[in-house]
Design a protein around this ligand. Structure first.
Ligand SMILES: [Zn+2]
Length: 573
């Protein structure tokens, strides 16, 4: 008995001793001063601890019972108080020397980027992005998403046939290196841009994608982190931004509210939120490093998404295609390269869940290499392992169901909501995008009932829409206004003068009885120039100002509960 007690005491004391074991505080301090962050590992006793710890530090990966994490000064001080046995690790962004990362010469010559076996300097990165848009002006346009904390640029290229036209096509986004020290996708995305532009018209899959999808690519989402060691090297790169904030914990969270990390939204976060708002992406992927896995939503909840089967199928395709082209053992973390986020470890405030929940965008987190910063000599090999998966994942935007939602009477595009009945949940509904009315619902094989709704319109349900994998269904939908009839009225009753007009067009209302009217003016491409609701009382002459209209032909549509009047008018200046 005594012996047992002594043993128990010994175990307890050993535990306390282990928990209290001091790490090198000087080393920790110096790393926190130099980098604004520290990388370390520790062991946990119960997986439930992670749900609590993920709110204090930035978990990077879990291997068995060992956790790898980053922290800034504030986060680290808080964590130290918990008494874990901490092992301080070399910052992953500083593991390699300059000679493994950079080449002194520029990468752009008159024929464009010369090679992809090294990391560009910040200036070379800017030059390369500009080069793409100037060398391929009909296929590629440069977008500035915003400016970082330290004043660097967040850039994206937009690639599509007739890139300057806002077309009714799916919109797709690739973004990389939100963690500045995870750089495989950074050069990988630059390489992908070049691959798409130079192989358009030659490789059928590339041509199909560039013709049918608007592809947005942001190679570097956290340039302040990537170039923490200076604009001329990625050596010394950090995970966090220049304010010491993990940008992939800084987004509004479906379960934990607008500021799950306790920090205000960083300039980078605000810029990306605005970009997502203005673009309306169907699908996206956010590239990371340090692991090799396709991590699909949710990260914040244990429950699965409505589209879990689709996610798993798309994830398997991504990983299995890499297995076909890559070396054995590559991209096999978790379930042979695929995991649902929560099953791996929990993240609150991640971009993936934000995009899925708040934007109806199917975004995935993809970890491309177990090395955070790959030696430059391996970048081309990794691109060759991965690019088929990059292309196939974009191609998924063309499958499922898509089309245009318009007003039955006017033909004008509508901002409508699509609900998949007995299926959608947790914000998985999608909306059509203005000004085209284009909607895109990626979904797994099956037979689905679709409900289209829009305020002011009769809801329409379309049953028995059968989807098979690797096929897209084009389904245009017309919704009927609850206010206005659709029958054509006696067109002679609507008087319009003068023709042609230069300053004002006068519409003499065809009915004198008081009514609610909807007036729409469209240009010759069907784009709305003007729209108004009007109530007449007695004879009304409505004056339409056309001074700002380009010379040409326009369509006037005037509708009430009984039907629609249509007229063509000409503006001449
Ligand atoms: Zn990461």
């Amino acid at each position: 008995m005594k012996k047992l007690l002594t043993l128990a005491l010994l175990v307890l004391l050993t535990n306390v001793a282990a928990r209290a074991q001091a790490f090198d505080r000087k080393k920790a301090d110096s790393l926190l001063i130099t980098n604004g962050e520290i990388y370390f590992s520790f062991r946990f006793f119960d997986r439930k601890e992670l749900d609590f710890l993920t709110n204090i530090i930035s978990l990077d990966k879990v291997r068995g019972d060992e956790v790898f994490a980053f922290a800034n000064r504030k986060e680290f001080d808080k964590f130290c108080k918990l008494g874990y046995d901490i092992k301080i690790l070399t910052p992953p962004g500083s593991l390699l020397g300059n000679k493994d990362l950079m080449k002194p010469e520029g990468i752009i010559n008159s024929n464009g980027p010369a090679a992809w076996n090294f990391y560009p300097t910040y200036q070379q990165y800017l030059d390369t992005m500009h080069y793409f848009s100037t060398a391929y002006p009909s296929l590629c346009k440069l977008d500035t998403i915003g400016t970082t904390t330290a004043g660097r640029l967040l850039l994206a290229v937009r690639i599509s046939r007739n890139v300057n036209i806002d077309a009714a096509k799916p919109r797709f986004l690739y973004t990389s290196s939100i963690h500045g020290n995870e750089t495989t996708g950074y050069v990988g995305m630059l390489h992908l841009i070049e691959y798409l532009l130079t192989n358009y018209g030659t490789i059928p899959q590339v041509t199909r994608l560039v013709d049918s999808v608007e592809i947005f690519i942001n190679p570097l989402a956290n340039p302040d982190g990537t170039y923490h060691g200076g604009n001329n090297t990625v050596n010394g790169s950090t995970r966090y931004n220049a304010n010491g904030v993990d940008l992939n914990r800084n987004y509004p969270d479906p379960g934990y509210g607008p500021h799950p990390d306790g920090n205000s939204w960083q300039p980078e976060t605000i810029a990306f939120m605005n970009y997502a708002d203005s673009r309306g992406f169907t699908m996206s992927a956010n590239f990371h490093g340090g692991n090799e896995v396709f991590n699909y939503p949710w990260d914040t909840w244990s429950r699965l998404t409505a589209d879990n089967n689709w996610w798993y199928y798309v994830g398997r395709e991504f990983a299995d295609t890499i297995h076909k082209y890559g070396p054995s053992g590559y991209f096999t973390d978790e379930q042979n390269g695929v995991t649902d986020g929560y099953a791996w470890y929990y993240v609150h405030g991640g971009r993936q869940d934000y995009m899925n929940y708040f934007h109806g965008c199917r975004e995935v987190t993809v970890e491309l290499s177990s090395a955070f910063v790959l030696p430059a000599s391996e970048l081309v090999s990794y691109f060759n392992y991965d690019y088929h998966s990059y292309l196939n994942y974009i191609e998924q935007t063309l499958y499922g169901i898509h089309g245009i939602v318009t007003d039955t009477a006017t033909g004008l595009p509508l901002y409508a909501k699509l609900t998949v009945l007995n299926h959608d949940m947790d914000s998985s509904i999608v909306y059509s995008r203005m000004p085209t009315g284009f909607y895109d619902r990626v979904i797994d094989q099956g037979t689905w009932s679709l409900m289209f709704s829009c305020p002011g319109y009769h809801t329409k349900t379309i049953n028995s829409v059968t989807v098979t994998r690797l096929h897209g269904i084009h389904l245009d939908v017309q919704l009927k206004s609850i206010y206005y009839g659709t029958g054509d009225m006696n067109q002679g009753e609507l008087t319009i003068y003068p023709v042609p007009a230069s300053r004002e067009i006068h519409l003499v209302f065809p009915e004198t009885e008081s009514k609610k009217w909807k007036l729409d003016v469209l240009n010759i491409l069907g784009v709305s120039m003007y729209s108004a609701e009007i109530v007449n009382s007695g004879q009304l002459v409505y004056n339409l100002d056309v001074t700002s209209y380009a010379a040409g032909m326009y369509f006037i549509r005037l509708s009430n509960e009984n039907g629609i009047y249509r007229k063509q008018v000409v503006v001449r200046h």
